[in-house]
Write a protein that binds this ligand. Structure first.
Ligand code: MD6
Ligand code: FE
Length: 215
C-alpha cells in the first residue's frame, strides 16, 4: 500500500531537471570497465578528431562515432553520415555494452525500446567546452537522447527553448547518465569549460557518450 502511494515518485538517485529530462546519478558506474574497453576499441578504428563548424571554427571537443550513423560537421554543415570522412569506411559498429546501457537508462527514465543508431563520443581535454545548442539534426524528436559522462566532472548548462533563456547549471560526475526527451527534447544546452584536474581512471579528460535515434 505504502509502495502504491509513492509509485510515481522517482528513486532518490534520479534527479528530474524538467518534464522528460533527468539525471540518473551513477547509473553507468557498474559498467565503466566494459565501456572504457569499448571506447578504446572504437577509437582505435575511428580516432578522435576536432571537427570544423560550418562557421569555420575548430571545435575544442574531439569527436568520434559508433553505430550505423555518425554525427559530423564541416564547412557544408552538420549532418549524420554512415561513412567516417577520415577513413572513407563505415563507423565502427555500436558496441553491445553501449547499446545495452542506452536501452536500460532510457527505460529507467520511462522511454521504452530505445535503440539508437548513433553514438557520438566526445572527448574534452581541460578547458574544452561545448557552446549552447539544440540537438535538432535528427529526423524526429519522439525519441530521447541518452548522455553518459565519464572522467572529469563537468557543469552542464540546461536552458529553455530560446537561446537567451536563463540556464540552470547542473554538476555532472563520472558515471552519471542524463536522459532527455519528450517535452524537453529541444531545450538549449551546453557544457562549461572543463576545470583542471585528474580523474583516477581517465586522467585529464572527460568523455561523453551521446546516443541518438536519428531516423
Ligand atoms: C556533453 N552533451 O555532455 C554534450 N545533448 O558532453 C550534449 O550535447 C547533450 O548531454 C543532448 C542531450 C544531452 C546531452
Ligand atoms: Fe547536445
Amino acid at each position: 500500500m505504502i509502495d502504491d502511494l509513492f509509485a510515481d515518485s522517482p528513486p532518490d538517485w534520479c534527479e528530474v531537471l524538467a518534464p522528460g529530462a533527468m539525471v540518473l546519478r551513477g547509473f553507468a558506474l557498474p559498467r565503466v570497465p566494459d565501456l572504457l574497453q569499448a571506447i578504446d576499441a572504437v577509437t582505435a578504428d575511428a580516432p578522435f578528431r576536432h571537427l570544423i563548424t560550418p562557421g569555420g571554427q575548430r571545435m575544442s571537443v574531439a569527436m568520434s562515432n559508433a553505430g550505423a550513423l555518425g554525427w559530423v560537421s564541416d564547412r557544408r554543415g552538420y549532418r549524420y553520415d554512415a561513412i567516417d570522412p577520415d577513413s572513407g569506411r563505415r563507423w565502427p559498429a555500436m558496441p553491445r555494452a553501449f547499446a545495452q546501457l542506452a536501452l536500460d537508462a532510457a527505460g529507467e527514465a520511462g522511454f521504452d525500446g530505445f535503440t539508437p543508431e548513433a553514438c557520438l563520443i566526445n572527448r574534452y581535454a581541460i578547458g574544452a567546452r561545448l557552446s549552447l545548442h539544440q540537438d535538432k539534426d535528427e529526423l524526429d524528436y519522439d525519441h530521447p537522447i541518452v548522455s553518459v559522462s565519464l572522467g572529469l566532472p563537468a557543469v552542464f548548462l540546461f536552458g529553455g527553448f530560446e537561446r537567451s533563456d536563463k540556464q540552470a547549471r547542473v554538476p555532472i560526475a563520472h558515471g552519471d547518465v542524463v536522459v532527455w526527451g519528450g517535452p524537453s527534447r529541444l531545450r538549449y544546452h551546453g557544457v562549461l569549460p572543463i576545470k583542471p584536474g585528474s580523474h583516477p581512471l581517465l586522467g585529464e579528460q572527460r568523455i561523453n557518450l551521446t546516443f541518438r535515434k536519428v531516423r
